[in-house]
Design a protein around this ligand. Structure first.
Ligand code: ADP
Ligand code: ZN
Length: 525
């Protein structure tokens, strides 16, 4: 029977204070822990540093029985076990790095029921008989760390993780909590489908970084735009991300010529020099690091005041991670992303020319579309960003879109044209097909499906394809359509889209981004 979870949450809080010395839960931890204590299967999506481990460690401490923790990184596993032991928790690990003595100790502790937490590598856990043996040892909760590794759609697929759904059944379908820091909605659905037999209680928490100002603009003159931005940040430390090593060198030079203390940083710089530059950035104030994305990981400088992307980041996840390096001290920090059609074209070419499977390429294309939708978002940028992570929010009031500076028009008619093309083709087609119908292009596919006979065929002749693509990304960002990730990127109309299609609601979209599309005319995008 489920315990009274508010009562047991108090117990958990007291145990946390006693064992770890933390005065209170971090945002999000309490709801997840309460759900676990209430006996539910849980999928928790929380950013790095949010304190995900506590979400299964505390239930392991306050309840009877063994908690089995699957974690892909042996080094992290060792750290956690050592830390838990220091705090007096009965924890152990089974992985290939153990010596025989350690293995025997862990097995003894398991036999006598003395162990509270067992960390185990997925390779070990999927071994014949291991799950059954752990079930007999009283396993009660399965915690799966870095759960996005089960999904081919995630960015870190690990084949060993694919067997974990089966392992869970072999453990006797025990209660399971899956945790990850990076799961867009598609990846999340995949995790839930693979690891759980029933829909888990899902928590998405804490992706908002309210102290970050968000802005994106089309790139017209890179150096001028960045210099103008830097004028607002004299004497402050920040990072400017570039797409290539060469670009970091040339931009650092240009900025230096204008009196900015700028240093280039990329993996091609000799390592001693690289760490010298990194040290300067950490120690001195007012250094602008002009870097590739190689810079930043593991760098803990709380007072980075700005992050600029001189080119489109790789994905929304990458964007979020990279801007997240600013303002860790919680004080206001500024971000700016410059994007151009060349960036989009380049990324698309990289995707097409990669060795990835067709399935993977399609996912990457959709990721890119989502990112471009963020660039052209018709309303609050933070709302669009957070909705990508499955979090809902009110307009933030301090992004470029909330504060104006873009031009808009009543696009209800345009949206209705798109939506009606989607509806009349049975919500079974992707963006390019819809665009072809709108502009009245008799493509091979259009003819094959007889779509040149539709009433909507050619209703969008007045605008170039590029403008329609932008409008489609915007209505996607505004939540009028959903893109099915699992079957050919089909566009489906949401409830809100239906309201616009039927004229019950009007929609305002941006016109400024339609014009910038002109330069892309005649190019394949
Ligand atoms: P994540 O896995 O989400 O990246 P961790 O579980 O590694 O995060 O936790 C990050 C750090 O925060 C750890 O040092 C952990 O001990 C600490 N921590 C966790 N919960 C709390 C809390 N409630 N109060 C203070 N520190 C906490
Ligand atoms: Zn906003």
């Amino acid at each position: 029977p489920a315990l009274d979870s508010s009562h047991s949450l108090d117990t958990a809080r007291a145990t946390m204070r006693e064992t770890f010395g933390y005065p209170d839960f971090r945002p999000g931890q309490d709801e997840v822990i309460a759900a676990v204590l209430g006996g539910r299967d849980v999928l928790a999506v929380m950013p790095t540093g949010a304190g995900k481990s506590m979400c299964y460690q505390l239930p392991a401490l306050v309840r009877e029985g063994l908690t089995v923790v699957v974690s892909p990184l042996i080094a992290l596993m060792r750290d956690q076990v050592a830390q838990l032991r220091t705090n007096g928790v009965a924890a152990g690990a089974l992985n290939s790095a153990n010596d025989q003595e350690e293995n025997d100790r862990v097995r003894d502790a398991l036999r006598t029921g003395a162990l509270q937490l067992l960390y185990i590598s997925p390779e070990r856990l999927v071994n014949n008989g291991t799950a059954e043996w752990l079930a007999r040892s009283g396993a009660r909760l399965l915690a799966i760390d870095e759960a996005h590794c089960v999904s081919q759609w995630g960015h870190d697929f690990r084949p060993e993780y694919a067997a974990l759904g089966d392992v869970r059944r072999r453990l006797g379908d025990i209660q399971t909590i899956a945790l990850t820091a990076t799961a867009d909605i598609a990846t999340r659905g995949d995790i839930a489908g693979q690891l759980f037999t029933q829909e888990p209680t899902t928590f998405v928490h804490g992706f908002d970084r309210p102290n970050l100002y968000l802005a994106m603009e089309p790139r017209t003159d890179r150096s001028r735009q960045i210099l103008r931005f830097l004028e607002k940040h004299r004497g402050e430390s920040g990072i400017v991300y570039c797409a290539s090593r060469k670009a970091t060198e040339t931009l650092a030079q240009t900025l230096s010529d204008k009196g900015v203390t700028a240093l280039a940083y990329h993996a091609g710089i000799e390592s001693q020099e690289r760490s010298r530059r990194q040290d300067r950035f950490l120690r001195e104030d007012g250094i602008v690091m002009v870097a590739t994305v190689a810079f930043g990981m593991g760098i803990d400088k709380p007072d980075v005041r700005f992050v600029v992307h001189a080119a489109l980041p790789k994905s929304i996840e990458a964007y979020y991670q990279e801007i997240g390096r600013a303002g860790r001290d919680g004080a206001p920090a500024d971000t700016l992303t410059l994007y151009g059609l060349e960036d989009i074209r380049l990324r698309r070419t990289q995707i097409e020319e990669s060795n990835a499977s067709d399935e993977q390429k399609r996912i990457e294309r959709q990721r890119l579309d989502a990112l471009v939708s963020l660039c052209e978002a018709p309303q609050c940028r933070r709302q669009t960003l957070l909705s990508y992570f499955g979090e809902s929010a009110e307009p933030c009031g301090h992004c470029d879109l909330c504060l104006g500076g873009v031009t808009r028009f009543d696009a209800t008619i345009e949206a209705q044209k798109i939506l009606s093309a989607i509806a009349r083709t049975g919500e079974r087609f992707g963006a390019e097909h819809i665009v072809a119908i709108l502009v009245g292009e008799e493509s091979e596919q259009v003819r094959r499906h007889g779509h040149h006979g539709l009433k909507t065929f050619g209703v969008g002749k007045d605008r170039p394809k590029q403008a329609w693509r932008s409008l489609m990304r915007q209505i996607y960002a505004a939540g009028l359509v959903q893109i099915a990730i699992d079957d050919h990127g089909r566009w489906r109309i949401t409830e809100r889209g239906d309201a616009v299609l039927r004229g019950r609601e009007r929609i305002t979209l941006r016109s400024d981004v339609l014009e910038s599309g002109k330069s892309g005319k005649g190019t394949k995008e």
